[in-house]
Design a protein around this ligand. Structure first.
Ligand SMILES: C[S@@+](CC[C@H](N)C(=O)[O-])C[C@H]1O[C@@H](n2cnc3c(N)ncnc32)[C@H](O)[C@@H]1O
Length: 241
């Protein structure tokens, strides 16, 4: 890479990594493991593999779907929901509630949404080029759609207006080594109980014992699904769906 974003926060905290499919991800130098947001094999492809099918299923089965995303990061999942929703040409109403603990990522995404030059514009452009290859008709409308249908919040918390309203939970937190609290059984039970609608799909790129116990405790059925590019397992779990 012959460029780096200019901002001081970025330079002190983050590094850009181009993954195997040409799409960018971020290494967070501030986390104990300097964790990357995505698999090195492909940020875009991983998002498609882990979350794409889930998004399409929820859109197909719920006329007015609500998605909850944990971890906005570069916003791949939110953009994918928008592309799939626009492609579906559904006449229903869709909401995306997304949590992101880092003010920096919320601000960059909001700048991009507003069409303002963001500090990480070259990274966002590479990300968008990848989406445009698969969604040439939808990408030009994505920002407008997200401005109307995305609710961007700080760190994961409990919002009464969305209690038991969520049909698609897309859990993209850092791993349990970095974000220990988010992967604890009690924490996950509370999240699932609070947000899941009567019919709900929960997906994430990983699988842990505490997550499986939490899902079973709140009556989700866990389906076997391999992880992305040779990772042993990912998680696909359904409740009445
Ligand atoms: C694996 S990355 C998400 C990548 C993102 N989905 C994307 O498409 O680029 C995890 C994100 O979770 C955020 N995060 C960490 N703790 C959080 C919390 N308690 N609530 C919400 N987000 C959190 C991190 O700042 C980071 O941006």
């Amino acid at each position: 890479m012959n460029w780096q974003p200019a901002g001081l926060i970025y330079q002190a905290r983050f590094a850009t990594v181009i993954t195997g499919d040409g799409s960018p991800t971020i290494r967070d130098l501030g986390t104990a493991n300097q964790e990357c947001m995505h698999h090195s094999g492909g940020a875009y492809q991983e998002t498609q593999y882990i979350y794409g099918e889930a998004i399409r299923l929820v859109i197909k089965t719920c006329p007015n779907p609500h998605f909850l995303v944990v971890g906005l990061g570069l916003g791949y999942i939110e953009i994918l929901i928008a592309c799939e929703w626009l492609k579906s040409q559904s006449s229903g109403h869709c909401w995306v509630i997304s949590f992101e603990a880092e003010h920096y990522w919320r601000a960059q995404f909001q700048d991009w949404l507003a069409g303002k030059p963001s500090e990480i514009e070259p990274i966002q452009q590479l990300r968008d080029d990848k989406f445009t290859q698969d969604y040439p008709g939808e990408m030009p409308q994505v920002r407008d759609w997200l401005r109307e249908h995305l609710i961007l919040e700080n760190e994961l918390t409990y919002l009464p207006q969305w209690q038991n309203q969520i049909e698609g939970i897309l859990f993209d937190a850092y791993s349990s080594k970095t974000s220990q609290e988010l992967w604890q059984e009690d924490y996950l039970i509370q999240l699932l109980e609070y947000y899941s609608a009567e019919r709900c799909l929960f997906v994430t790129y990983a699988s842990t014992g505490s997550l499986k116990r939490a899902l079973k405790a709140v009556d989700f059925t866990i389906h076997d699904r391999p992880g992305f590019q040779g990772k042993k397992e990912s998680t696909w779990a359904t409740k009445n769906l």
